[in-house]
Design a protein around this ligand. Sequence first.
Ligand code: GLN
Length: 244
Amino acid sequence: MEESNLTISIAHLYPELLNLYGDLGNIITLKKRCQWRNIKVEITNINMGDKIGKHDLFFIGGGQDKQQEDVAQELFSHKSELQSQRDDGAVFLGICGGYQLFGHYYQPHGKDKLQGISLMDAYTVAGKKRFIGNVTIKTDFLTPDTLVGFENHSGLTYLEGDTKPLGKSIVGYGNNGTDGFEGGRYKNVFGTYLHGSLLPKNPHFADYLIELALEKKYGEQIKLSKLDDKIETETHNSLIGKSY
Ligand code: GLN
């Protein structure tokens, strides 16, 4: 299909509360990488009290425990609708605190457990140590196979059932500092601790998510046209393996 005949609907979940360490850059990247190809993009901010609606791609950023507490109950009220859109193949990207709420629960330090929306089979408990630093992971589904970013979380995430990690931790603590993996994936739901924001310096992952969302919407394979990613690629490559 001609790219100029394509449209994509992107929902940004609770941007006023969950938007830490430049996570908004992920929405800007998705938007620009569609617009540069003349793909029509509709971005809908879903704030507290809003209906969710039907979208091709959902994004939720990270936040401190307090913001997660503010969002968790509201997000939980949309659990079944979001699960059914997941089962229809909608794409989800959650960063850190948002990723944690994609699981069954997040247990902060000394506070009540926050119910997640179980988009993936995972759970998170607050650890004693804060994991802060640059991250490089190696995936088995992207070309190039690396993702770079930085992490700042105390949550320890454990994957279960059919939920697979996003990749192997090459640099950084990853999900829990012990199993050697980072992030999670189930169907077209992706979660990761990589802030930064993630997608500007991982354009191949941005395009992968856009292609997945368009393929689900139009029911055919979509191969996006190439963009001049010289600067993005130089930035990505300069960070691979860097721990400082
Ligand atoms: N509050 C969560 C934690 O500390 C998530 C932090 C974040 O989104 N950066 O693990």
